[in-house]
Every structure is written in structure tokens, then in C-alpha cells.
Design a protein around this ligand. Sequence first.
Ligand SMILES: Cc1cc2nc3c(=O)[nH]c(=O)nc-3n(C[C@H](O)[C@H](O)[C@H](O)COP(=O)(O)O)c2cc1C
Length: 303
Amino acid sequence: MNPLGVSFCGSRLRNPTVLASGILGVTAAQLKRAEEGGAGAVTTKSIGPEERSGNRNPTCVALPHGLLNAMGLPSPGYEAMGEEWRQLKKMKVPVFASIYGASVDDFRRVAAYVADKKPALIELNISCPNTAEHGQAFGFEPSVAADVVEAVKEVSGRVPVSVKLTPNTHKTVAVAKACEEAGADAICAINTVSGMAINIEARKPVLSFKKGGYSGPAVKPIAVRCVYEIYEAVEIPILGVGGITTGRDAIEMMQAGASAVGIGSGVYYRGPNVFRLVCDEMREWMRGNGFASAKSLTGAAHD
Ligand SMILES: Cc1cc2nc3c(=O)[nH]c(=O)nc-3n(C[C@H](O)[C@H](O)[C@H](O)COP(=O)(O)O)c2cc1C
């Protein structure tokens, strides 16, 4: 038996590590690097209703304890991906398709098209802080988030739907509950934490978009707290994301309640083999601490 194997929304994952959205792009060639690096599943960069070039540079800066980015959701647009879907289908690990939209109708339209391509899961990015028009509005309000989920569930058929939540509101748990009630099959938490850095000599924000989304080791306690609270509020599985770079981090996130873990900035810190490294470290810890399966880690820190 493979002690790291887990199920997530009907997909069998060889291990619980998942490439988080936005880190390696949307093409099979890009996502393959994570597959080869040991990921149990991969998530595409968020795909939107039309082509977007994203924000002007600089769009990403490494700070002492994390990354600050405002990419602005650069995307080829869902219809332009054409042949790419065929390549994505050839991948050996499950592919999660992340999508975004500026309206409920956008989400419905993109989801209908993407569902037809039969990804393992559709992840709704209702939480990107880094664009002027595709703000976090959907992820801030439980009823608005539920509207998006309901619209997508009408067209998603048998493809499970996960909702990616923002930590930039005190309503994260309420949003998770509303999404579950609206039919969501899973929750992904968290997207980046809203932040800013200023170049004091230039007296200007470092990023062209001024504000950005903070990720990496510094956000792990925020992500762990969100996942812990969401786990107590919903029954659906959680993909825990935020600050995971080591096996210990992954185990902590699973003990908080995650069934699988997303790794984004960790690819920057440890390279595309981060998934294999994290799995090796998890296996070793589990052996020394009496956990026979990754599944048994989920929620272990709850009373
Ligand atoms: C450069 C960069 C681009 C990102 N792009 C997306 C995106 O397109 N869609 C999305 O849902 N999340 C996006 N994220 C957020 C990550 O998927 C993840 O939720 C967040 O970075 C926290 O995880 P981490 O600390 O492991 O990076 C992006 C993050 C980074 C650093």
C-alpha cells in the first residue's frame, strides 16, 4: 500500500501534494514539470473569459519571508487554449482547471466550456486580489459566492467543483459554508494575503499594481487557521494552501483539516522537485510518529 495515496473529490492522488494555481502556467509542458517533480495533481493557472496580458512589470518581488505578486491574471482566454486541452488530458496526474470571471455569467460560460474538457476538478478562483475588475468581491460575500457556485454547478455536469477562498475577509468561514450549501464539492484555502511593499528610496510601491498578494512561509499560520476553522464548519474536503515548503508544513496543514495540500511559492524556494522532497519528509515523519496513512493526518489536531 502507498501510505501517501489520498482521494480528493473522486480523484486518486499518488500523494497529497498539488501544484497550486498560477505558479507554472496553463500549458501541459509547464505543468509537466510539477508532475515530474512528484506532484500528486496539478492546477492550471486561472483561465478566464478572454485574453488578458496581466499587469505591467514589476509583478512579483521576493521579500524576506514570502513573495508579493500582482500578476493580474494573465490568461490566453479559455477558447484560445484549443489543442492544449488534449495535451493536458495526456498527463499522468489529475489536472485541476482553475477558472475566473468578472461576473456570474463569465464563470458559467468558462465553466461550461472547461467542464466539457473533463478536467479532474474545476477550481473557482473567486479570490484574486490583483486585478482592478476581477476583484475579490465574489469571495467576500457568502451570498455572492453561492451565486457563482450555483451557476457553475448548473453546467459542470459530473466534474467536481472546488471554490478557492480569500483570507482577506473575516467572512472566510461563512463563505465556505455558503459554497457548501450551494453545492460546492470542495474548498481550496487560501489564496494570497493582500499586502504591499514600498521602495523607500524611490518613495514608491515596488509593484506596478501597488498592492499585491503575499504568499510563502509568512502566510502559513494564516492558512492553517483558516483551514482549521473551515474544517469545523463544513463536511466537504479541503485543499489546504499557503506557505507549505516542507513535509512538516504539509503535515501541519493536514492536521488542521486538509485532505490534500497545495504548493505554490514552495516551487520558487525549493524548485519543481519540491513535491518529491515534501513527500519524502512526510513519509519519514509519519514513520517516526505512528501515522500509517496520509489520510489519517486529516483533522488530527482537532479535539
Ligand atoms: C506568482 C503567483 C501567481 C498566482 N496566480 C494564481 C492564479 O492564477 N489563480 C489562483 O487561484 N491563485 C494564484 N496564486 C495563489 C496561489 O495559488 C496560492 O493560493 C498562494 O500563493 C498561497 O500558496 P503558497 O504560499 O504555497 O504560494 C498565485 C500565487 C503566486 C505566487
